[in-house]
Design a binder for this molecule. Structure first.
Ligand code: ZN
Length: 235
C-alpha cells in the first residue's frame, strides 16, 4: 500500500474537482473513481472526462501525477432506490426532513467500492468531497459517518486506509477560495467552465457561476457560494 497514492471520488462537480486538485497538490499519484448509479444528471459522467483532460492540459505539474480513472457500474443502486436523483420525479422535501434527492446508503456504497479499488491499486488515501457545512442534510455526508466508514473499511479489509474530507467544515464560498489557493484563477475558471453541479444535468444554460438550470437546490447552492466568494474578492 503506497503512502503517496490517493483515490479521489470524482463526479465531475465543483466539490470533487476541488478535492481532486487538493489531492494532486498533496500526493505523488492520484487516481479517480466515478459511479454510474442511474443518476438523472448522467451528463456528469461525460463531463468528468473533460475536467480530467482540462486539468491535464492546464496544470502540467499535476498531469504527471494524474493516473487512471475507474468508472464503476452501480446502476443497481438506482434500481433499488426510489428518489428524485434516480427517478423522473420532482425534487421535494420528505416527511422525515430529508429532500427526496437523498439516495439511501449512496455514500456508504461509494466508499466501500472506492476502498475495494484502492485495495487493488495499493492506494492508502481515499478523498471525498462530502461536507457537513451547507449540505442538504444527507446523513451519509457527516463527519461521524465517514469516521465510522474508515474504521469499518480498515477492519473489514485489514487495511490502513485514511479517508480525507477536505471540504467537511467549509462552505461553498470557501470551496472556491480553496480552489484559488490550490490552482489560482486558472483553476477557478476551469471549475466554473467545465464542472456541473446541477441535479437536472442542464448544460445548455450558462451563468456567471457555471452551467446549470439555475433553479434546482444544487444550482442555488452553487450560485450563492459563487456570489459570496466574489463579494470577498478585490474588485
Ligand atoms: Zn440545476
Amino acid at each position: 500500500m503506497s503512502e503517496q497514492s490517493a483515490l479521489v471520488l470524482f463526479s465531475g462537480g465543483q466539490d470533487s474537482t476541488t478535492c481532486l486538485a487538493w489531492a494532486l497538490d498533496r500526493f505523488d499519484h492520484v487516481e479517480t473513481i466515478g459511479f454510474d448509479y442511474g443518476q438523472r444528471h448522467r451528463v456528469e459522467l461525460e463531463l468528468r472526462q473533460n475536467v480530467r483532460e482540462a486539468l491535464r492540459a492546464r496544470f502540467p505539474a499535476w498531469a504527471a501525477k494524474l493516473g487512471e480513472d475507474h468508472l464503476v457500474d452501480l446502476t443497481v443502486l438506482g434500481q433499488i432506490s426510489d428518489t428524485a436523483l434516480t427517478k423522473d420525479v420532482a425534487i421535494a422535501m420528505q416527511a422525515d426532513g430529508l429532500p427526496n434527492t437523498f439516495v439511501p446508503g449512496r455514500n456508504l456504497v461509494f466508499m466501500t467500492f472506492a476502498a475495494a479499488i484502492a485495495y487493488r491499486r495499493g492506494a492508502k488515501h481515499l478523498v471525498t468531497g462530502v461536507c457537513e457545512t451547507d449540505y442538504s442534510g444527507y446523513p451519509d455526508c457527516r463527519d461521524d459517518t465517514m469516521k465510522a466508514m474508515q474504521l469499518a473499511l480498515n477492519l473489514g479489509m485489514q487495511s490502513r486506509f485514511v479517508i480525507h474530507t477536505p471540504l467537511m467544515w467549509i462552505d461553498k464560498a470557501q470551496t472556491w477560495d480553496l480552489a484559488e489557493r490550490l490552482g489560482g484563477a486558472d483553476l477557478v475558471s476551469l471549475i466554473r467552465e467545465e464542472t456541473i453541479s446541477c441535479y437536472n444535468g442542464d448544460t445548455t444554460h450558462r451563468h456567471e457561476w457555471g452551467m446549470g438550470c439555475g433553479t434546482c437546490p444544487a444550482c442555488q447552492l452553487r450560485a450563492q457560494g459563487w456570489a459570496a466568494y466574489r463579494a470577498g474578492q478585490p474588485a
